[in-house]
Write a protein that binds this ligand. Structure first.
Ligand code: AMP
Ligand code: FE
Ligand code: FE
Ligand code: ZN
Length: 299
Protein backbone atom coordinates (compact mmCIF):
# COMPACT_ATOMS: atom_id res chain seq x y z
CA UNK A 1 0.00 0.00 0.00
CA UNK A 2 1.31 3.44 -0.92
CA UNK A 3 1.83 5.80 1.99
CA UNK A 4 0.28 9.27 1.89
CA UNK A 5 2.02 11.14 4.71
CA UNK A 6 0.91 14.68 5.64
CA UNK A 7 2.99 15.97 8.56
CA UNK A 8 1.51 19.45 9.09
CA UNK A 9 -2.20 20.16 9.61
CA UNK A 10 -4.32 22.38 11.85
CA UNK A 11 -7.66 21.78 13.56
CA UNK A 12 -10.16 24.25 14.97
CA UNK A 13 -8.33 23.91 18.29
CA UNK A 14 -5.96 26.46 16.74
CA UNK A 15 -6.70 28.23 13.46
CA UNK A 16 -8.07 25.47 11.23
CA UNK A 17 -11.79 25.00 10.61
CA UNK A 18 -12.18 21.19 11.06
CA UNK A 19 -12.58 19.87 14.60
CA UNK A 20 -9.93 17.23 15.37
CA UNK A 21 -12.62 14.60 14.72
CA UNK A 22 -13.48 16.16 11.36
CA UNK A 23 -9.79 16.48 10.49
CA UNK A 24 -9.23 12.77 11.07
CA UNK A 25 -12.27 12.01 8.90
CA UNK A 26 -11.08 14.44 6.20
CA UNK A 27 -7.66 12.74 6.19
CA UNK A 28 -9.13 9.25 5.99
CA UNK A 29 -11.48 10.24 3.17
CA UNK A 30 -8.56 11.76 1.22
CA UNK A 31 -6.57 8.54 1.49
CA UNK A 32 -4.02 9.91 3.96
CA UNK A 33 -2.24 7.04 5.76
CA UNK A 34 -0.19 9.12 8.23
CA UNK A 35 -1.54 12.38 9.62
CA UNK A 36 0.27 14.78 11.92
CA UNK A 37 -1.92 17.17 13.90
CA UNK A 38 0.22 20.27 14.48
CA UNK A 39 -1.93 22.99 15.98
CA UNK A 40 -0.23 26.27 16.87
CA UNK A 41 1.17 26.34 20.42
CA UNK A 42 -1.12 23.68 21.88
CA UNK A 43 -1.60 19.94 22.26
CA UNK A 44 -5.25 20.33 23.31
CA UNK A 45 -6.54 18.57 20.18
CA UNK A 46 -4.51 15.37 20.66
CA UNK A 47 -7.03 13.45 22.77
CA UNK A 48 -9.98 14.15 20.50
CA UNK A 49 -7.95 13.20 17.42
CA UNK A 50 -6.82 9.97 19.10
CA UNK A 51 -10.42 9.12 20.04
CA UNK A 52 -11.58 9.82 16.47
CA UNK A 53 -8.81 7.57 15.19
CA UNK A 54 -9.91 4.74 17.49
CA UNK A 55 -13.45 5.14 16.10
CA UNK A 56 -12.11 4.91 12.55
CA UNK A 57 -9.95 1.94 13.49
CA UNK A 58 -12.90 -0.24 14.40
CA UNK A 59 -14.82 0.89 11.31
CA UNK A 60 -11.70 0.32 9.22
CA UNK A 61 -11.09 -3.22 10.38
CA UNK A 62 -14.75 -4.13 9.82
CA UNK A 63 -14.62 -2.91 6.23
CA UNK A 64 -11.07 -4.00 5.60
CA UNK A 65 -10.10 -0.37 4.86
CA UNK A 66 -6.47 0.61 5.46
CA UNK A 67 -5.76 2.21 8.82
CA UNK A 68 -4.68 5.76 9.45
CA UNK A 69 -1.79 6.52 11.77
CA UNK A 70 -1.63 9.68 13.88
CA UNK A 71 1.59 11.55 14.65
CA UNK A 72 0.92 14.00 17.44
CA UNK A 73 2.70 17.32 17.15
CA UNK A 74 2.48 21.07 17.47
CA UNK A 75 3.72 24.14 15.61
CA UNK A 76 5.74 26.34 17.98
CA UNK A 77 5.83 30.11 17.50
CA UNK A 78 9.48 31.14 17.65
CA UNK A 79 11.81 34.01 16.93
CA UNK A 80 15.05 33.31 15.09
CA UNK A 81 18.16 35.21 14.13
CA UNK A 82 17.70 36.19 10.46
CA UNK A 83 21.37 35.75 9.55
CA UNK A 84 22.23 39.40 9.10
CA UNK A 85 21.98 40.89 12.54
CA UNK A 86 18.21 41.01 12.98
CA UNK A 87 15.46 38.60 13.95
CA UNK A 88 12.42 37.10 12.23
CA UNK A 89 9.46 35.09 13.44
CA UNK A 90 9.74 31.42 12.53
CA UNK A 91 7.55 28.34 12.96
CA UNK A 92 8.96 25.14 14.36
CA UNK A 93 7.20 21.78 14.12
CA UNK A 94 7.64 19.53 17.15
CA UNK A 95 6.65 15.86 16.78
CA UNK A 96 6.06 13.07 19.28
CA UNK A 97 7.18 14.99 22.36
CA UNK A 98 5.78 14.39 25.85
CA UNK A 99 2.79 16.76 26.11
CA UNK A 100 3.11 16.82 29.92
CA UNK A 101 6.68 18.12 29.83
CA UNK A 102 6.55 21.05 32.29
CA UNK A 103 8.75 23.37 30.21
CA UNK A 104 6.62 22.86 27.10
CA UNK A 105 3.36 23.19 29.05
CA UNK A 106 4.54 26.49 30.58
CA UNK A 107 5.96 27.89 27.35
CA UNK A 108 2.89 27.06 25.28
CA UNK A 109 0.69 28.68 27.94
CA UNK A 110 2.84 31.80 27.78
CA UNK A 111 2.58 31.99 23.99
CA UNK A 112 -1.18 31.41 24.02
CA UNK A 113 -1.62 34.18 26.59
CA UNK A 114 0.39 36.54 24.41
CA UNK A 115 -1.63 35.51 21.35
CA UNK A 116 -4.87 36.53 23.08
CA UNK A 117 -3.40 39.86 24.24
CA UNK A 118 -2.35 40.48 20.69
CA UNK A 119 -5.81 39.73 19.28
CA UNK A 120 -7.12 42.36 21.74
CA UNK A 121 -4.44 44.83 20.64
CA UNK A 122 -5.04 44.26 16.92
CA UNK A 123 -8.80 44.51 17.55
CA UNK A 124 -8.33 47.88 19.23
CA UNK A 125 -6.28 49.15 16.31
CA UNK A 126 -8.88 47.93 13.85
CA UNK A 127 -11.78 49.43 15.81
CA UNK A 128 -9.88 52.72 16.01
CA UNK A 129 -9.51 52.53 12.23
CA UNK A 130 -13.26 52.10 11.84
CA UNK A 131 -13.40 48.35 11.29
CA UNK A 132 -16.20 46.40 13.05
CA UNK A 133 -13.88 44.23 15.17
CA UNK A 134 -14.19 43.66 18.92
CA UNK A 135 -11.25 41.59 20.16
CA UNK A 136 -12.86 40.80 23.52
CA UNK A 137 -16.08 39.57 21.91
CA UNK A 138 -14.07 37.47 19.48
CA UNK A 139 -12.04 35.92 22.30
CA UNK A 140 -15.18 35.24 24.35
CA UNK A 141 -16.36 32.89 21.59
CA UNK A 142 -13.14 30.83 21.82
CA UNK A 143 -11.99 28.47 24.60
CA UNK A 144 -10.33 30.32 27.48
CA UNK A 145 -6.86 29.03 26.64
CA UNK A 146 -7.16 29.24 22.87
CA UNK A 147 -4.11 29.96 20.69
CA UNK A 148 -6.12 32.73 19.03
CA UNK A 149 -4.58 34.22 15.91
CA UNK A 150 -5.00 36.42 12.91
CA UNK A 151 -7.19 33.84 11.08
CA UNK A 152 -9.79 34.29 13.86
CA UNK A 153 -9.76 38.04 13.21
CA UNK A 154 -9.98 37.24 9.51
CA UNK A 155 -13.08 35.13 10.07
CA UNK A 156 -14.65 37.93 12.10
CA UNK A 157 -13.97 40.29 9.18
CA UNK A 158 -15.68 37.79 6.84
CA UNK A 159 -18.64 37.48 9.23
CA UNK A 160 -18.94 41.28 9.33
CA UNK A 161 -18.95 41.42 5.53
CA UNK A 162 -15.72 43.44 5.34
CA UNK A 163 -13.95 40.86 3.16
CA UNK A 164 -15.07 37.77 1.29
CA UNK A 165 -12.56 35.26 2.65
CA UNK A 166 -9.83 34.76 5.25
CA UNK A 167 -7.07 34.76 2.61
CA UNK A 168 -8.46 38.08 1.35
CA UNK A 169 -8.41 39.43 4.92
CA UNK A 170 -4.69 38.57 5.08
CA UNK A 171 -3.92 40.25 1.78
CA UNK A 172 -5.77 43.43 2.62
CA UNK A 173 -5.73 43.86 6.40
CA UNK A 174 -3.78 41.31 8.46
CA UNK A 175 -0.38 41.41 6.74
CA UNK A 176 2.75 41.84 8.84
CA UNK A 177 3.52 45.09 7.06
CA UNK A 178 -0.08 46.30 7.39
CA UNK A 179 -1.29 49.05 9.74
CA UNK A 180 -3.00 46.78 12.26
CA UNK A 181 -0.27 44.20 12.87
CA UNK A 182 0.91 43.66 16.44
CA UNK A 183 3.66 41.16 17.32
CA UNK A 184 3.24 38.53 20.03
CA UNK A 185 5.74 36.81 22.33
CA UNK A 186 7.68 34.07 20.50
CA UNK A 187 10.10 31.51 21.97
CA UNK A 188 13.75 31.88 20.91
CA UNK A 189 14.12 29.10 18.32
CA UNK A 190 17.19 27.45 19.87
CA UNK A 191 15.33 27.19 23.18
CA UNK A 192 12.30 25.69 21.45
CA UNK A 193 14.45 23.07 19.68
CA UNK A 194 16.10 22.16 23.00
CA UNK A 195 12.72 21.95 24.76
CA UNK A 196 11.26 19.61 22.13
CA UNK A 197 14.37 17.38 22.23
CA UNK A 198 14.34 17.28 26.04
CA UNK A 199 10.70 16.15 25.91
CA UNK A 200 11.63 13.24 23.61
CA UNK A 201 10.48 14.91 20.41
CA UNK A 202 11.81 15.79 16.98
CA UNK A 203 12.09 19.39 15.71
CA UNK A 204 11.53 20.38 12.07
CA UNK A 205 11.78 23.96 10.78
CA UNK A 206 8.37 24.74 9.21
CA UNK A 207 8.24 26.54 5.81
CA UNK A 208 11.55 28.39 6.40
CA UNK A 209 11.36 30.24 3.05
CA UNK A 210 7.66 31.20 3.07
CA UNK A 211 8.65 34.64 1.75
CA UNK A 212 5.20 35.92 0.88
CA UNK A 213 4.37 35.93 4.60
CA UNK A 214 7.26 38.27 5.42
CA UNK A 215 11.03 38.22 5.93
CA UNK A 216 12.66 34.79 6.32
CA UNK A 217 15.90 33.33 7.69
CA UNK A 218 19.06 33.00 5.60
CA UNK A 219 20.27 29.49 4.76
CA UNK A 220 23.20 30.03 7.15
CA UNK A 221 20.78 30.18 10.07
CA UNK A 222 19.43 26.73 9.23
CA UNK A 223 23.02 25.42 9.11
CA UNK A 224 23.67 26.85 12.58
CA UNK A 225 20.47 25.31 13.95
CA UNK A 226 21.35 21.93 12.41
CA UNK A 227 24.55 22.04 14.41
CA UNK A 228 22.57 22.63 17.60
CA UNK A 229 19.92 19.93 17.34
CA UNK A 230 17.42 20.78 14.58
CA UNK A 231 16.33 17.48 13.02
CA UNK A 232 14.69 18.50 9.77
CA UNK A 233 13.31 21.10 7.38
CA UNK A 234 9.93 21.30 5.71
CA UNK A 235 10.83 21.62 2.03
CA UNK A 236 7.67 20.74 0.11
CA UNK A 237 5.21 23.35 1.35
CA UNK A 238 2.61 25.37 -0.61
CA UNK A 239 4.40 28.64 0.22
CA UNK A 240 7.77 27.50 -1.25
CA UNK A 241 8.62 28.06 -4.91
CA UNK A 242 10.72 25.64 -6.97
CA UNK A 243 14.01 27.51 -6.48
CA UNK A 244 13.61 27.68 -2.71
CA UNK A 245 12.72 23.98 -2.57
CA UNK A 246 15.85 23.10 -4.54
CA UNK A 247 18.05 25.26 -2.31
CA UNK A 248 16.54 23.80 0.87
CA UNK A 249 16.87 20.24 -0.41
CA UNK A 250 20.57 20.78 -1.17
CA UNK A 251 21.14 22.37 2.22
CA UNK A 252 19.36 19.50 3.98
CA UNK A 253 21.51 16.94 2.15
CA UNK A 254 24.69 18.75 3.23
CA UNK A 255 23.58 19.09 6.84
CA UNK A 256 21.98 15.66 7.23
CA UNK A 257 18.54 17.13 7.91
CA UNK A 258 15.31 15.22 7.31
CA UNK A 259 13.26 16.64 4.41
CA UNK A 260 9.52 16.76 4.99
CA UNK A 261 6.58 17.81 2.86
CA UNK A 262 3.12 18.77 4.06
CA UNK A 263 -0.01 20.66 3.17
CA UNK A 264 -0.30 22.96 6.22
CA UNK A 265 -4.03 22.27 5.84
CA UNK A 266 -6.27 24.76 7.70
CA UNK A 267 -9.72 23.67 6.44
CA UNK A 268 -11.51 26.55 4.72
CA UNK A 269 -9.19 29.17 6.26
CA UNK A 270 -6.75 28.39 3.44
CA UNK A 271 -7.23 27.07 -0.08
CA UNK A 272 -4.76 24.16 0.16
CA UNK A 273 -6.36 20.69 0.33
CA UNK A 274 -5.09 18.06 2.77
CA UNK A 275 -2.15 16.00 1.41
CA UNK A 276 -1.43 18.61 -1.28
CA UNK A 277 2.22 17.98 -0.35
CA UNK A 278 3.55 14.83 1.32
CA UNK A 279 6.56 13.27 3.07
CA UNK A 280 8.48 10.18 1.91
CA UNK A 281 8.11 6.99 3.96
CA UNK A 282 11.84 6.65 4.89
CA UNK A 283 11.76 10.19 6.30
CA UNK A 284 8.79 9.36 8.50
CA UNK A 285 10.53 6.17 9.64
CA UNK A 286 13.70 8.12 10.56
CA UNK A 287 11.64 10.74 12.38
CA UNK A 288 9.77 8.14 14.42
CA UNK A 289 13.03 6.33 15.29
CA UNK A 290 14.46 9.55 16.76
CA UNK A 291 11.44 10.28 18.94
CA UNK A 292 10.95 8.87 22.43
CA UNK A 293 8.31 11.18 23.91
CA UNK A 294 4.96 9.97 22.51
CA UNK A 295 3.73 6.96 20.55
CA UNK A 296 2.49 7.04 16.98
CA UNK A 297 -1.12 5.93 17.20
CA UNK A 298 -2.57 3.47 14.72
CA UNK A 299 -6.24 3.52 13.81
P1 AMP B 1 -0.71 34.29 13.55
O1 AMP B 1 -0.14 32.97 14.02
O2 AMP B 1 -1.83 34.74 14.41
O3 AMP B 1 0.33 35.35 13.34
O4 AMP B 1 -1.33 34.02 12.13
C1 AMP B 1 -0.57 33.31 11.20
C2 AMP B 1 -1.44 32.24 10.61
O5 AMP B 1 -2.24 32.85 9.63
C3 AMP B 1 -0.66 31.17 9.89
O6 AMP B 1 -0.44 30.08 10.73
C4 AMP B 1 -1.61 30.77 8.82
O7 AMP B 1 -2.52 29.84 9.35
C5 AMP B 1 -2.42 31.98 8.54
N1 AMP B 1 -2.05 32.71 7.32
C6 AMP B 1 -0.90 33.37 7.06
N2 AMP B 1 -0.95 33.94 5.84
C7 AMP B 1 -2.17 33.63 5.32
C8 AMP B 1 -2.84 33.91 4.09
N3 AMP B 1 -2.26 34.65 3.15
N4 AMP B 1 -4.08 33.41 3.91
C9 AMP B 1 -4.68 32.67 4.87
N5 AMP B 1 -4.09 32.37 6.05
C10 AMP B 1 -2.86 32.84 6.26
FE1 FE C 1 -2.02 28.70 11.04
FE1 FE D 1 3.31 27.87 10.09
ZN1 ZN E 1 1.00 25.57 10.12
Amino acid sequence: MRDVIDLHTHSAVSDGTDTPTELVATAAAAGVTVLALTDHDTTAGWDEAAAALRGLGSAGSASGAPGLRLVRGAEFSTVSPDGHGGTVTAHLLGYLFDPADPDIVAEQERVRGSRRERVRAMGERMAAGGLPIDGDALLARLPADSPAGRPHIGQALVDAGVVGSVPQAFEELLRKDGPYYVEKYNTPIAAAIAMIAAAGGVAVFAHPFARRRGPCVDAAVIRDLAATGLHGVEVDHPDHDADDRAALRALAAEEGLLVTGSSDYHGTNKTTPIAAETTATPVLDALVRRATGAEVLAG
